[in-house]
Ligand binder design. Structure first.
Ligand SMILES: Nc1ncnc2c1ncn2[C@@H]1O[C@H](COP(=O)(O)OP(=O)(O)O)[C@@H](O)[C@H]1O
Ligand SMILES: [Mg+2]
Length: 336
């Protein structure tokens, strides 16, 4: 295991992530990401963009492919609701001789090596973890490890970006962090042509007709604002092919339709099939504004509980998108 000594403290480094991932279509978001990372003058600093989009829309793929495009090593840090500040920076581990060894996170390893770090699904992380990153994300470009008692400065070539899902199961990031995570790069639904190319790339052994059938479904879903993603499309196609593998002939058109139905019900749900004839939409993903509306309702309820008898007939029977985080606590309120 690689190690490096900083201010007398030996740090053991993490390993980079190597994946086969290319970015297909949508060159504009790739351009924006690379532009944000570029420095155009010796007095210039790279930016720390956030990549937004629905789950399965290609955020992690975009970040990874962009890093590969500029021939950089990539370190992915998977953020969760349980990520503690020290997990992001340096964690002490007991060695075989009962000694304390300090392990640099993938983020800190990328900082030291001048590589790229993707903070994946950053808004699953609570505020106190974000706080430890504030100096890294502005012109100071360092982090402090309280546990190891050292400061780690980022290599000039170090770059970072954060991917964020726009769904209800996340924290709102605090404003002082949000202002450092700029620009916002949004991954949207691909065109039919690009979506076919993406599915082909992911499942090169699938028949053209099957891919086109699944993409037609996805495109209808996008138009209906049903939150089905490319990942769903990849999963449906894969499962269709696995189910049909027992047949001793290429899939017929009728078999394709019935395997599609079965795979879609299993990967998504019964309602998803309604997208095909345009009769029903999947419940839309809730965006921060909607979370806010729900939160004010909760504030209201708490207020009632605090200040007198609660009559209990609050109209909460409409589209009940979750406002709880992964641990069942409400998401934090977003400031304007
Ligand atoms: N433009 C694209 N080029 C190549 N693959 C893509 C593209 N967009 C999405 N995908 C595929 O879609 C799936 C989900 O992408 P991922 O990056 O994991 O989504 P997210 O991080 O937004 O949840 C992956 O299988 C990925 O390969
Ligand atoms: Mg992702």
């Amino acid at each position: 295991m690689d190690s490096i000594t900083i201010d007398g403290v030996q740090l053991f480094l993490s390993n980079p992530t190597t994946l086969e991932m290319d970015w297909i279509g949508q060159p504009d978001v790739m351009e924006q990401l690379l532009a944000a990372w570029a420095t155009i003058h010796e007095a210039d600093l790279p930016m720390c963009p956030r990549i937004l989009g629905q789950p399965g829309s290609g955020k992690t793929t975009l970040a990874y492919a962009a890093a590969k495009k500029i021939n950089k090593e990539v370190y992915i840090f998977q953020c969760t609701a349980d990520t503690r500040p020290e997990d992001l920076i340096i964690t002490p581990v007991l060695g075989s001789k009962q000694e304390i060894r300090y392990h640099a996170s993938s983020l800190v390893t990328a900082m030291i090596k001048g590589a790229i770090c993707i903070l994946d699904e950053g808004n699953r992380m609570p505020e106190k973890s974000w706080a430890s990153l504030a100096p890294l994300l502005d012109k100071r470009r360092y982090v402090e490890s309280i546990l190891a008692g050292i400061q780690v400065k980022a290599h000039p070539d170090f770059r970072v970006c954060v991917t964020m899902n726009q769904d209800a199961s996340v924290f709102e990031i605090p404003d002082y962090i949000g202002s450092r995570l700029q620009p916002k790069i949004t991954v949207t639904y691909p065109s039919r042509e690009n979506e076919i190319a993406i599915l082909k790339y992911n499942i090169p052994f699938a028949q053209k007709e099957i891919i086109e059938y699944v993409v037609d479904f996805l495109q209808k879903a996008h138009k209906a604002d049903a939150a089905y993603s490319i990942r769903d499309g990849v999963n449906i196609t894969r499962f269709m092919l696995k189910l049909a593998a027992k047949e001793d002939h290429p899939m017929t058109s009728d078999e394709m339709k019935s395997y599609f139905k079965l795979a879609t019900t299993k990967v998504l749900d019964e309602d998803a099939l309604d997208v095909l004839d345009g009769t029903k939409k999947r419940k839309k993903i809730s965006f921060p504004g909607e979370i806010n509306k729900q939160l004010f309702k909760i504030d209201d309820l708490i207020d009632k509980l605090d200040h007198g008898p609660f009559d209990g007939d609050d109209d909460d029977d409409e589209d009940n998108t979750g406002v709880a985080d992964a641990r069942g606590q409400p998401a934090r309120k977003k400031k304007k």
